[in-house]
Design a protein around this ligand. Structure first.
Ligand code: PGA
Length: 238
């Protein structure tokens, strides 16, 4: 595991964008694993800026997102498909993107289909991750055991609360999600995680105390051979 501390969120977004740029330049038909949430928005803006400046071509790139609320309409402003279109997909020339279908009436079939689609595309080359305050990755919540394959998950109370800021008072917030499992995330060739803000300081410290914690799913990543964490100073407790 590598840890890189940047002074500001802006610097962190530039550093993470460099990893994506290098990946896409080295392998124009890369398969990317993408994440939602507040953290990656600045990174996506920087990737769009580089694309608009003619520096980054997504025309052969394919992508898979980590998770999606369930149930949710694709067109719902809080769906992760909507988020991704708004922040990235509709702003670059990406060849193909896949987001788990929150409209499905058969989640088990949809999850299996998703894992098979990722395998058929040759697996994910570069996976972007955030981390929840409770240590979740994707929507793999703290528990006593962890799923290997993509599945329908009950969200932890803390994740529902953390994400409630995105939902209006009159909007129904889903309490379940479709999410990649640990096996799928581990099969990614390279993983980068972004941790930003003083409110993530405690969970970041736990990630770096040299132990795999049963109640911190993110700490399993310490076993991955190519795992780099980008943090700002606030998250690093500096
Ligand atoms: P955030 O979410 O970027 O909105 O903090 C991260 C996560 O829950 O993985």
């Amino acid at each position: 595991m590598k840890k890189i501390v940047l002074n500001t969120y802006e610097e962190l977004c530039l550093a993470a964008a460099d990893v994506f740029s290098q990946q896409i330049k080295e392998k124009p038909d890369s398969v990317l694993g993408l994440a939602t949430g507040g953290t990656p928005i600045g990174l996506y803006d920087e990737l769009v800026r580089r694309h608009e400046a003619g520096e980054l071509d997504f025309s052969k790139v394919r992508s898979f997102n980590l998770d999606e609320y369930y149930p949710i309409q694709r067109t719902h402003p809080q769906s992760y498909e909507y988020f991704m279109r708004k922040h990235l997909f509709d702003r670059v020339n990406i060849a193909k993107y896949s987001v788990l279908n929150g409209e499905t009436d058969n989640p088990a079939v949809e999850c299996k289909r998703y894992d098979e689609e990722i395998a058929a595309e040759g697996g994910i080359d570069l996976q972007l991750l955030g981390i929840g305050h409770n240590g979740h990755i994707a929507f793999i919540e703290p528990g006593s055991s962890y799923p290997m394959d993509t599945l329908l998950i009950d969200l932890a109370e803390s994740s529902i609360n953390a994400n409630s800021r995105f939902f209006g008072a009159d909007e129904v917030q889903p309490v379940r999600a479709l999410s990649m499992g640990v096996g799928q995330i581990f099969r990614c060739k390279k993983i980068i995680m972004l941790i930003v803000g003083a409110d993530k300081k405690d969970i970041a410290a736990k990630l770096f105390d040299g132990k795999i914690h049963a109640d911190v799913p993110a700490s399993l990543l310490l076993l991955h051979p190519d795992f780099t964490v980008f943090m700002d100073k606030a998250a690093a407790g500096q």
